[in-house]
Design a protein around this ligand. Structure first.
Ligand SMILES: [Zn+2]
Ligand SMILES: [Zn+2]
Length: 1014
């Protein structure tokens, strides 16, 4: 048996264990109330729920059933087969319970047109229950004709009608309830009103009522207790792109880029000729019952395909025209080959396609340059490598075209932290690029990486002596180790990487001490202290989006929009910036008094970054998006003003919904997406679904008990099941139906569950209750949330990746928040419990993509069924999972919020002071209110002119009257305080309204402020 099949069986088996436990199938006696224990298959008495609100009725429903569309008009005759069991209290003092036999009654139904809750089988079902030993329990089948505009529609339910007075000592719930409708011919429901519907299968055989519905092999419709939806694993090369047809190896492309790229494009053209042809679309129109609008949508999509084809061709043209680009492309492929360390040796077609689509921007910095290029691909598709390829390409191209130093690209992630795995991948790629650069004798500074994160993870600066705000102690021998971000040397793959602080040149560096390392003991070209990033301006800077706030606080950020002011003549001191009293020569090394070589205005321009990258664009929404839109404008403005260029922007996004508007709001540019979607949801040129299981999603509606209870029970059953596998591999493997030789790997791949909460509070609660409510010993739990300390996260990820040999010592459960929904890529994580549907569909997609990355995954989505959104998702769980990207909500984002403008205007004022005015001022110093006042007096700059400039810097134009007036007002007040000698401000950043200063983080907006276009 092949592995994928064995794993699929194991996942199915695990899920069966949980479902059986949720219903109580295998239990016949209990010493606790069954109503407090089981969460599936139960049906509450109607009398108990009738008084409740709709919301409460949902929590413990009194009916299950389905809505169907008969193919003929009434009357309708069919059968409803009813199964149910009951629990009797046999000893109320000691709480002993016994289960009855499960009844199996077939109720013939003759439903009339216009039937309104017509009742069937009351006696038969109630008698059967009594005969099974459950005296007093009663239930009936109810049928309602809900036909609408001549389209027949029936509601068929089983209702528990046990009276309140019955069974004073027994349990009035029914358990293990299931109904099956046979003998009724039905048509599927069609999900209406979704865009580009021609791509998707919109049919649903029936709609469940408080449950799921499946079609049995005998064509009956049967209720299910959970909704199971399976997704298939995609493949990226097939038919025309299979490796024997197309050589997309790094080496092949390095050797002969042009002809191999041309072959890829030709394959794309040929594929489109078949799949997007009129003939094919017409065939599908007939076979899939498209209406004329759907056909037109498909025709338009075919045009998009042609447009993309021509973009790829222009990429090829650029390679053929521009020798430097061709060389950079070839070197990049050599570097990617090295960086992969044999794990893979080629591009996936879509990865290469995206890089091709960006190439025209490199060589003709015309209109292409201004487009924001967004790569959109299913998570796990290899987006990071695509990014890395582009970054390495940029590093080489910059060096070949004469930009030999400075930042080439600044890559931002919207979270507070960056995963170490992600960081390692960046480091590996850039180290490989550096080795290629040396070997091929490409001029310029070594290709290097900056890790620009801060916020406790890495230092902003190393102080001479610890202070309250910066307790880092250079005399503490353990200090460097706390900031180690690499576990493996990116140059030689040894694990002998250490961090050391060098007092002489004041650097905190990663050093590889392995003998065979090509770095020969020199510090690795990786910078993790903010100040060192300013001093050495690494080729690629990766970090958190938050760091953009520094542009309004830190004169040393100049290298992010232009270049530094000079270079210290002392070895390894690096670039210098504005002079301050604490650093009179502008060198950032404490107490340095060496001479500084100035950098001319013209040379400074060479430093301008070529790219800004934004990962997870869809997360830039609400207040974060509104604030960022102003900071993006500010960065663009400064670079344009100082160097005459703007960087190109590349983004990735999990959703296409409304990206044009989002890109327009954030960057004031037009956006383009690659790739355009294929002709059907399951297949495009770039990928298609295989038969292998990717993830099994299970929607759980916790009936009558709390979500926490269900989560704890689920964890308990999953852990008990894998522990049975550990103790009794032969027996369990036989039960599962897989050869027992697979036992160790199954234990390895399914022994750890992730519990994902949408809020820190949910995660904390889950963690606490694991300790008391999950009777499994030992149960090792770690938390991966934004609150966890950096080195704890590092250790946890390392343990997850390289588990202890002994199962009992491993991590068994990970409680996690959205912090782990990005960049955590661990093949051993294959089971997840999601506590409530996340607020956005994008988060759901991202979070659940953390499991099942290489092997079949199992995802429980426990619905907070009292919430409307969760109830809605449950009602169309199948389409939600299969067509998730279409359920992604358009992203709410605006750039004209006046509340936000109030917070960002100080940033415009301060960054203009630091980067525009100060370098022009007589002593190149505008650090005090006095100096600033004099400067404005000499230059004649007043509030009106400065307000206009700030508005431009923030991307606000005069047509946005209110916003524009707000900026003017802030500047008026600012200049009034500046002129007012009695105001008492000493430093310019004390001149703002209400003592406000530029934001320290882009998230400084109070969480609750509503952000709107006002
Ligand atoms: Zn090394
Ligand atoms: Zn110096």
């Amino acid at each position: 048996m092949e592995r994928p099949e064995a794993y699929r069986r194991f996942v199915t088996w695990l899920d069966d264990q949980v479902t059986v436990a949720g219903r109580g199938d295998d239990l016949f006696a209990l010493d606790t109330s069954p109503a407090g224990r089981f969460w599936l298959g139960r049906v509450a008495p109607e009398t108990e729920t009738a008084q409740g609100m709709k919301r409460e009725r949902r929590m413990d429903p009194c009916a299950v059933g389905m809505r169907v569309r008969p193919t003929s008009v009434g009357p309708w005759s069919f059968n409803v087969r009813v199964k149910a069991a009951a629990w009797n209290c046999v000893d109320s003092k000691d709480d002993h319970w016994a289960k009855t036999e499960r009844i199996d009654v077939t109720v013939p139904v003759e439903a009339r047109p216009n039937a309104e809750a017509e009742r069937f089988g009351t006696d038969a079902i109630s008698n059967a229950l009594a005969a099974a030993g459950a005296n007093g329990l009663m239930a009936q089948v109810r049928v309602t004709d809900d036909s609408w505009r001549g389209a027949p529609e029936l509601v068929i339910e089983l209702v528990n009608i046990t009276p309140e007075t019955a069974r004073a000592r027994g349990e009035r719930h029914l358990f293990e309830v299931e109904i099956e409708v046979t003998g009724l011919e039905t048509a599927p429901f069609i999900l209406e009103s979704l865009p580009d519907s021609f791509r998707y299968d919109r049919r649903m055989p029936a709609l469940g009522i408080n449950c799921g519905v499946e079609v049995t092999t005998a064509d009956a419709l049967r209720t299910t207790d959970t909704l199971v939806v399976e997704r298939r694993r995609p493949e990226y090369t097939f038919e025309g792109t299979s490796p024997d047809r197309l050589d997309l190896t790094f080496r092949g492309l390095a050797a002969d880029s042009v002809s191999r790229v041309a072959e890829l494009i030709e394959a794309y053209r040929r594929w489109g000729e078949v799949h997007w042809s009129n003939q094919r679309l017409e065939e599908r129109q007939g076979a899939e019952a498209w209406n004329p609008e759907m056909f037109e949508e498909a025709r338009a999509a075919a045009e998009d395909h042609l447009e993309e084809l021509s973009r790829l061709r222009r990429g090829l043209d650029a390679l053929q025209r521009d020798v430097q680009l061709l060389r950079a492309f070839s070197l990049m492929n050599l570097a990617m080959d090295k960086a992969s360390h044999g794990a893979y040796d080629r591009w996936r077609p879509f990865q290469l396609g995206f890089i091709l689509s960006v190439l025209p921007s490199f060589s003709d910095a015309g209109s292409d340059w201004d487009f924001v290029e967004t790569v959109w691909f299913a998570t796990g598709g290899g987006k990071t490598e695509t990014y890395l390829g582009l970054l390495v390409l940029t590093a080489f191209y910059d060096r070949l075209r004469g930009k030999v130093t400075g930042i080439s690209a600044w890559s931002r992630f919207p979270l507070r932290m960056l995963s170490l795995q992600q960081t390692q991948r960046f480091a590996d790629a850039l180290a490989a690029a550096e080795l290629v650069r040396r070997k091929e004798k490409v001029k310029g500074a070594p290709i290097s990486l900056g890790y620009f994160v801060g916020a406790g993870a890495t230092p902003n600066e190393i102080p001479k002596a610890p202070t309250d705000s910066n307790p880092i102690d250079v005399d503490d021998d353990d200090m460097p180790e706390r900031y180690r971000i690499l576990s493996v040397c990116p140059f030689c793959q040894s694990k002998q990487v250490v961090t050391k602080f060098h007092r002489g040149n004041w650097t905190l560096r990663h050093i590889c001490v392995a003998d065979e390392c090509p770095m020969e003991g020199d510090p690795l070209p990786i910078y993790i202290v903010d100040q060192e990033i300013y001093r050495f301006l690494p080729t690629v800077v990766i970090g958190t989006l938050d760091k953009a706030s520094l542009i309004a606080m830190q004169a040393n950020m100049r290298g992010f929009v232009e270049g530094p002011s000079g270079r210290c003549t002392e070895q390894m001191h690096g670039y210098t910036y504005a002079k301050r009293s604490s650093r009179p020569n502008g060198c950032l090394v404490p107490d340095c008094q060496a001479a500084v070589e100035p950098i001319s205005t013209n040379d400074r321009k060479q430093f301008a970054p070529s790219f800004r990258l934004q990962d997870e664009l869809h997360l830039l929404r609400d207040s974060l998006g509104a604030v960022d839109s102003h900071y993006e404008a500010l960065l663009d403005f400064l670079q344009l003003e100082l160097t005459g260029t703007r960087p190109k922007i590349i983004a990735s996004s999990a959703t296409l919904t409304g990206y044009e508007r989002q890109v327009d709001v954030l960057y004031q540019r037009e956006g383009r997406v690659f790739p355009v979607p294929g002709p059907s949801a399951g297949e495009s040129f770039w990928s298609r679904e295989t038969d292998n299981l990717l993830r099994r999603f299970v929607a759980v509606w916790p009936r009558g008990v709390t979500l926490e209870w269900v989560s704890d029970r689920t964890t308990t059953i999953l852990q008990q099941s894998v522990r049975r596998l550990l103790e009794d591999p032969e027996v369990v493997c036989a039960e599962v139906g897989v050869p027992s030789l697979y036992a160790p790997e199954l234990l390895d791949l399914y022994g750890t569950n992730v519990i994902y909460g949408n809020t820190v509070r949910d995660v904390e609660a889950a963690r606490r209750s694991l300790g008391t409510q999950v009777p499994v010993e030992p149960l090792n739990v770690v938390a991966l949330t934004g609150q966890a300390a950096f080195d704890e996260v590092r250790e946890a990820l390392d343990r997850l990746q390289n588990p202890e040999p002994d199962f009992t010592e491993r991590i068994h459960t990970v409680t996690a928040s959205s912090m782990m929904s990005h960049g955590v890529d661990i093949n051993r994580l294959n089971i997840m419990t999601v506590l409530g549907v996340p607020l956005t569909t994008a988060e759901f997609i991202q979070a659940t993509a953390r499991v099942g990355r290489s092997h079949p995954g199992l995802v429980y989505v426990i619905h907070k069924i009292g919430r409307e959104r969760d109830a809605t998702v449950y009602s169309h769980f199948g389409p939600f999972i299969h067509q998730g990207d279409r359920f992604v909500e358009p992203i709410p984002v605006t750039r004209s919020s006046r509340r936000v403008l109030q917070l960002t205007t100080p940033a415009a004022i301060e960054s203009r002071r630091l980067f525009i005015h100060e370098p022009k001022s007589p002593a190149q110093r505008l650090t005090t209110v006095d100096l600033l006042r004099k400067y404005f007096a000499i230059t004649g700059i007043g509030s009106e002119g400065e307000a206009l400039a700030c508005a431009v810097a923030l991307g606000i134009d005069e047509t946005q009257h209110m916003a524009f007036a707000d900026i003017q007002q802030q500047l008026n007040a600012y200049f009034m305080r500046l002129e007012d000698h009695g105001f008492g401000a000493r430093f310019p950043n004390e001149l703002f309204d209400q003592g406000r200063k530029p934001m320290r983080s882009l998230r400084d907006v109070e969480a609750q402020i509503p952000v709107s276009d006002d």
